[in-house]
Design a protein around this ligand. Structure first.
Ligand code: SF4
Length: 328
């Protein structure tokens, strides 16, 4: 057994000061971190509780957008009246994740930082995992890789980002607000999560001791025609094999602008603007949706057990777009 020190921060500034002690981590809902600590994947010596630093509010921004505090719970966010009415794609994605109990605890900031569920990463009995033990190799590349990436993988890591929320946030062009020892900064979500490259142990561009304070959503453009399609092994409490977030701004049967993002296929949510451009100004039909899906999946590469994902992802994109077109 290892002793763990526990500090309770009272505001963001004290949280950032406290987390600069050696081997220290923030803890919010703890739904991912505590699991990783129980499995010895994470071994902090000190935790800084950030649940009481006043970042759990959801407020309107002056320009018409919405600010979601980093400590807002997934359930509260999904069911918030302004989120439901203005960003239904986010509600759909959040409610497809985890279980009601986990959603009641998990926070928006923590969801952004969820770690991969690659079994070689989650179980320290496996010697090889570059993400958990840099330089040890990747057990999944030549091993069991049914859940793994088909896009953006590297020779060092083929893991996927497990979050549903992140896929919707990428489609919605969210901006992550961050505070740290060097001040505050805003990070567009498309640049927040990293591809694995040669450093798969680094999931995001966050710097040491930086604290996510909020997620900002731009003024709503996709309130009527959205669909989050999650394909998984069972109907609830399972991670996506593939997911597709589709949001359309339509005039009659014509698409004015489109957003499509894929989950379960890469180390970060996958979005390709050229695929969306194919739909703009066009009537929404199956052939065009398939064309967009193929652009989105250009360069996809399968490993031993996950070849099915390429066709599954294409079909998921087509169906999500067509469902979005019909929803209102
Ligand atoms: Fe580790 Fe990534 Fe390989 Fe999984 S895919 S074993 S997380 S290096």
């Amino acid at each position: 057994m290892r002793a763990i020190d526990f500090d309770q921060a009272s505001d963001p500034a004290s949280a950032i000061r406290l987390v600069q002690q050696p081997n220290t981590k923030f803890i919010g809902g703890g739904t991912n971190l505590l699991d990783l600590m129980k499995g010895d994947v994470e071994q902090p010596l000190r935790l800084v509780d950030i649940n009481h630093i006043g970042l759990d509010q959801i407020t309107e921004l002056p320009g018409g957008g919405l600010r979601i505090g980093a400590l807002a719970r997934n359930s509260d966010t999904a069911n918030h009246a302004l989120v439901r009415s203005r960003y239904p794609l986010l509600t759909q994605a959040l409610l497809s994740g985890a279980s009601p109990q986990l959603r009641n605890m998990a926070t928006i900031g923590g969801n952004l930082l969820q770690r991969t569920r690659c079994p070689y990463f989650m179980d320290t009995a496996f010697a090889m995992c570059n993400k958990r033990a840099p330089g040890s190799g990747c057990g999944a590349r030549e091993g069991y890789n049914r859940m793994h990436a088909i896009l953006g993988a590297s020779s060092a890591c083929i893991a996927v980002n497990p979050s549903d929320m992140n896929v919707a946030l990428v489609a919605l062009d969210a901006v992550i607000q961050v505070s740290g020892p060097k001040g505050e900064r805003s990070i567009p979500i498309a640049g927040f999560h990293r591809l694995p490259g040669t450093m798969p142990q680094v999931d995001t561009v966050l710097q040491p001791a930086e604290l996510i304070t909020a997620v900002d959503l731009p003024p709503p453009a996709f309130t009527r025609h959205t669909h989050y399609l999650k394909v998984r092994e069972r109907n609830s409490y399972a991670f996506a094999l593939v997911s597709a977030a589709a949001a359309l701004d339509m005039i009659g049967a014509t698409v004015r602008q489109a957003r499509i993002a894929l989950g379960g296929v890469a180390h970060k949510p996958w979005r390709v603007p050229a695929a969306e451009a194919l739909l703009a100004g066009q009537a929404l039909d199956e052939a065009r949706c398939r064309q967009a899906a193929r652009v989105l999946l250009d360069g996809a590469q399968a490993f031993r057990d996950n070849g099915f994902k390429i066709q599954l992802a294409e079909r998921a994109v087509v169906r999500a777009l067509l469902e979005a077109g019909e929803s209102a």
